[in-house]
Design a protein around this ligand. Structure first.
Ligand code: ADP
Ligand code: MG
Length: 613
């Protein structure tokens, strides 16, 4: 970049000297012009030739090269030099814009710690690359360092900052036994962490992978530019030739003047402003979102998000907090403590929000060798053996399938009920209840303002509970008692319905527990609270790191803004191009004015893209 600026300055100085000196010798001026031309033009011509050998004829380097060489040939020396100088200045702007956008995503990339302090058996510490650390190794993280790999704290106490991951700036306290996620910054204490995931499976590497691939999935506006320049450039070249032929036939004015007009045409056809500013708008959009803890896996999803018709929500953990409080424990021929113990053991390996709440209820120590033959039945519950006894914990359906009679009549009680059976005999139930996230209500209101026409809730929970939640929130449609495969069937139905009726796009919002297939199948899958959940990060198209559901509205807003900017840039650039083409046809503009305009448009478009999102 510095070299380029020096070259431009040098070229400008020689150019000014060439214009201003008065000499007798007719060779001096042209030589000075050609020297200043080559200083800035050599690279461009070289690039054009390289691209031609690759079969890529109509790129901007090629256009600039023939236009300026043509100008030199008809002895329009100052024109040729000025065009090259402006073109180079334009390229500088492009680079600046690109660096800026890469940087905003690189800010996020800054989550990687380049080394891990691994504790060796003799107590010494060795610095290793995170890629070389194995599961089970103990690492030390000092204050100010980023946690290099996912793991569990085995000693120490500290505040950690997860802002780079979640966009949320309030630090968290962690102590012995807590899980920590790579990419968080250790603020004050010294932590010893037992590594639970190798680097390639750790959160940091997953996120970096995701961001790196984001630019592969191009939005329509970006594809439009590629198509546009494929048609546009050859068209303008043909028109330029037509102008020369027309000039040769009409003989109205001198031939060089017609050639000049044709060359101006070529200069104008250079699509620089579009080529740079449109992808830049998307870069900035994706970068801005990632700073808020929203990862969008490609600009094509911004197109979809900006035009959503329907949003489908999962209930538990998405619209509700997913933190269940125990309301009541009812038992038969067994003590409360025993019921809780068996249930907690059965739920020990499950990550379901229900399981997490039950585990908290049990204060005793879990000996995992008491648990065997474990089976988690998605959307229903758990089947396993504890101390050799057959245990079932889950929905009414789960027990009924095993022909286990539930003794009492189930009168409707608010909340979710877990039924428990030991050795094929019903022994009691735990009534738990979840609360709606306060933000959910705001979100549903905001979505309407953002043009979303329909909201739908799908849940595996029972009908009464589902309806209670959807009514409180003002959700349009609700489907309950769905097993994970039925959720996806329902989603297929809705997708089909929207397709037949030519309605807009469908988003599915879930927490990745039991609903990864739906996240993957929808037009756009949004995973909530995905920090630490690999399957959700992989299956979804948009990852919201925290469980702040209001960020969905934010995501839609950012997408709309981004698409608008890209469109503004396209319209503005094309308008100016056509205007100048028209002026040049009438002979009212000259070649370097044309480049000047292009550089100007590029700059304005870049500035427009770089505005804070
Ligand atoms: P949602 O669709 O609301 O996210 P799920 O499909 O995850 O709900 O679960 C549906 C129902 O299945 C729960 O309401 C519960 O009755 C039962 N269930 C699922 N997982 C478990 C579990 N680990 N322990 C007990 N019950 C469970
Ligand atoms: Mg769920």
């Amino acid at each position: 970049m510095k070299r380029k600026i020096t070259k431009i300055l040098l070229s400008i100085i020689i150019f000014i000297i060439a214009i201003s000196i008065k000499v007798e010798n007719i060779w001096i001026k042209p030589i000075l012009f050609i020297v200043s031309y080559l200083i800035v033009g050599f690279e461009v011509i070289k690039e054009a030739i390289e691209n031609i050998t690759k079969g890529n004829w109509f790129d901007e380097h090629f256009l600039m090269s023939i236009a300026t060489i043509g100008a030199l040939a008809i002895k329009e020396f100052p024109e040729a030099v000025a065009v090259m100088i402006f073109y180079n200045i334009g390229e500088i702007f492009e680079e600046l814009g690109e660096n800026k956008s890469k940087k905003s995503i690189a800010d996020l990339m800054d989550i990687k710690q380049d080394f891990a302090n691994v504790k060796l058996e003799d107590g010494k510490i060795e610095k290793k690359k995170p890629e070389e650390v194995s599961v089970g190794d103990e690492i030390i993280v000092k204050p100010g360092e980023k946690i290099p790999l996912d793991g569990v704290v085995i000693s120490g106490n500290s505040m950690i900052d997860m802002k780079a991951l979640t966009g949320e700036s309030i630090p968290n306290n962690v102590k012995k036994g807590d899980t920590v996620i790579s990419g968080s910054i250790n603020l004050d204490g010294i932590l010893t962490i037992k590594v639970t995931k190798v680097y390639s499976e750790s959160t940091v590497s997953k996120i970096l992978e995701l961001v790196k691939n984001a630019s592969d999935r191009k939005a329509k506006a970006e594809n439009f530019i590629t198509k546009f320049s494929k048609i546009y450039t050859p068209t303008v070249i043909t028109l330029a030739l037509a102008i020369i032929i027309f000039g040769a036939l009409s003989k109205t004015c001198e031939m060089t003047s017609w050639i000049y007009r044709a060359l101006t045409f070529l200069v104008i056809s250079c699509p620089c402003a579009l080529v740079i500013s449109v992808p830049l708008s998307f870069f900035v959009g994706i970068g801005g979102a990632s700073k808020k803890g929203i990862l969008i896996k490609g600009s094509s999803y911004m197109d979809i998000l900006a035009n959503l018709d329907t949003i489908i929500f999962d209930k538990t953990g998405t619209l509700t907090k997913g933190v269940f409080e125990v309301q009541e424990v009812v038992t038969h021929d067994i003590s409360k403590e025993q019921l809780i113990e068996y249930t907690a053991l059965a739920e020990h390996f499950s990550n379901h929000p229900i399981a997490n709440s039950i585990k908290k209820l049990y204060t005793g120590k879990v000996k995992i060798n008491r648990i065997s033959d474990l089976q988690e039945i998605a959307g229903k519950g758990i089947k396993c053996k504890v101390d050799g006894k057959n245990i079932l914990v889950g929905s009414k359906k789960l027990l009924e399938e095993q022909k286990i009679e539930i003794l009492e009549n189930e009168k409707y009680t608010e909340g979710t009920i877990l039924f428990v059976a030991i050795d094929e005999k019903y022994v009691g139930k735990i009534i738990i209840s979840d609360t709606i996230k306060e933000e959910s209500l705001d979100l549903i209101q905001n979505l309407k303002k953002l043009g979303v026409k329909k909201t739908i809730m799908l849940t595996g929970d029972k009908k009464e509970e589902a309806e209670k939640v959807s009514q409180k929130l003002g959700i349009n449609e609700v489907y309950s008692n769905l097993l994970p495969n039925q959720k996806i069937e329902k989603l297929e139905e809705i997708l089909e319905f929207n397709k037949i009726n030519k309605l807009g796009n469908i988003a599915y919002v879930g927490d990745g527990i039991n609903d990864s297939p739906s996240l993957a199948r929808a037009d756009v899958g949004i995973a909530m609270g995905a920090l630490g959940s690999d399957s959700a990060i992989e299956a979804s198209d948009v990852v919201i790191m925290t469980d702040e559901i209001n960020k969905i509205a934010e995501t839609i807003k950012i997408s709309k803004k981004t698409i608008n900017r890209a469109k503004q840039n396209i319209t503005f650039a094309i308008f100016v191009k056509i205007l100048i083409l028209f002026l040049s046809l009438l002979g009212l503009t000259n070649m370097w004015m044309a480049v000047f305009a292009d550089v100007g448009v590029t700059l304005i478009a870049i500035l427009n893209s770089l505005r804070k999102i």
